[in-house]
Design a protein around this ligand. Structure first.
Ligand SMILES: *Cc1c(COP(=O)(O)O)cnc(C)c1O
Length: 419
């Protein structure tokens, strides 16, 4: 077995081990990452491929974004723009476009030269923020269920994650249920060691969008306890009811918030991995300190294309939202007909369902059996929790797929034999 194979085996949780000088077996994978196996998305997508099932697990669109944006990338490549290392903070065109976007949609002013940093997707922005701002032993509060890279990034930074649980509003089956943040619980989670709150709204996996009063309370708490905030806003344009409000726009937050977004979800090019950070200069400097030794730079020609994409007229953004809202409605209706309890999904790519009306209680077992039962893949919400029991009966479905794919999935789910 080569070192590479052994490392891969260890990363899969297969117990790869090496011999230390003293002859004792020691796990290859270090302690910081030992608890993280393969991401659930890779696992469920592999299951979808193996069984030929419709993949409503991983949140990626099955059609590409605007043709003119794709053409802009081709043009940049052909014209030799970005084929060599672009500037560390990102190409000036994209930094200017990000600043213009923050002003146009959110009324937030950022200096493209000192307050914008281009990253390899939101994923690198999150990792670099934590690596740059968190001291080993610092506590990081994240709303659970949380996006799966958060726990690993906090761990790589040596931080301690402190989950605060979003809870369903009412128990039992029925549509219109949603998730709410318990502000008292959030306040109680803050200690003298809390460094920052890692916030995600619109929220994956629940589809919840934090309300103005909730964000105002979070902002007050950050100011009162002198906390930083890192906000993951990759679904900022995918809000179907209500509105997206950046935390950075609340009183006292401009100077203490690292705002993160990405082109993946907004322009349906998740493979390009062009993301960005907007924040006050000292925060951008801290994030860049880590980022420069992760990827240094990435996606040169795509940065130029995303700069053009950000300047698309409002009709693009509303068109994307209207299209996804209709798809959400189609899937929500179908899931209801198939007997699931369906949560409202005011934002993101995702609908959360309660499987108890179907007579099932364990989302993981349910999702593992679903491809065989009816040829559909979904993700158990349980995997996004530290307190796994909280998420046991919930399953997440993605609706960022073509209409005919959603219609076929709904038909299969309706016709499925009992769980
Ligand atoms: C998809 C997603 C990301 C990753 O964004 P990239 O730009 O692809 O790295 C980050 N956070 C959340 C909540 C996501 O759903």
């Amino acid at each position: 077995m080569t070192a590479g194979h052994a490392a891969a085996a260890g990363a899969r949780g297969a117990g790869g081990a090496s011999r230390t000088g003293s002859g004792e077996a020691r796990p290859l994978l270090n302690r910081r990452l030992a608890e993280f196996g393969t991401t659930i998305f890779a696992e469920m997508s592999a299951l979808a491929t193996r069984t030929g099932a419709i993949n409503l697990g991983q949140g990626f669109p099955d059609t590409d974004g605007p043709e003119e944006v794709r053409e802009a990338a081709v043009r940049a490549l052909r014209d030799g723009r970005g084929n060599q290392y672009p500037p560390g903070p990102g190409v000036p065109e994209l930094r200017a476009a990000v600043a213009a976007h923050q002003l146009r949609f959110h009324g937030l002013t950022y200096d493209p030269d000192t307050e914008v940093l281009v990253t390899a997707g939101a994923t690198e922005a999150i990792a670099a923020s934590l690596l740059g701002l968190v001291e080993p032993g610092d506590e990081v509060i994240a709303l659970e269920p949380y996006y799966d890279s958060y726990a690993a990034s906090i761990a790589m930074a040596g931080g301690t994650r402190v989950p605060v649980t979003l809870r369903p509003t009412t128990e039992g089956p029925g549509t219109g249920r949603t998730y709410r943040l318990d502000l008292d619980e959030l306040r109680d989670a803050v200690t003298d060691r809390t460094r920052l709150i890692l916030l995600n709204t619109p929220h994956n996996p629940t589809g919840t969008v934090l309300r103005r009063d909730e964000l105002a309370a979070i902002a007050e708490l950050c100011v009162e306890r002198d906390l930083l905030a890192v906000t993951d806003e990759v679904y900022e344009h995918l809000v179907y009811e209500g509105e997206h409000l950046p935390l950075a726009g609340f009183p006292g937050m401009r100077e203490r918030t690292v705002t993160i977004s990405s082109s993946g979800k907004t322009f349906s090019f998740t493979g390009w991995k062009v993301g960005w950070v907007t924040a006050a200069p000292p925060l951008v400097t801290a994030v860049r300190s880590a980022k420069q030794y992760l990827t240094f730079v990435s996606a040169g020609p795509f940065q130029y294309a995303v700069a053009e994409a950000l300047a698309l007229p409002d009709a693009y953004y509303t068109g994307l939202r209207d299209d996804l809202r209709a798809k959400r409605d189609l899937l929500a209706h179908g899931l209801g007909q198939a007997g699931f309890g369906v949560f409202s999904a005011p934002g993101t790519y995702f609908i959360t369902t309660d499987i108890r009306p179907l007579g099932a209680t364990d989302g993981t077992a349910f999702c593992l059996a679903l491809p065989e039962r009816c040829g559909v893949v979904a993700v158990p919400t349980q995997v996004f929790y530290d307190h796994a029991a909280e998420g046991a009966p919930y399953v997440r479905f993605a609706f960022c797929k073509r209409r005919e794919v959603l219609e076929e999935a709904v038909k299969r789910l309706r016709d499925a034999p009992p769980a």
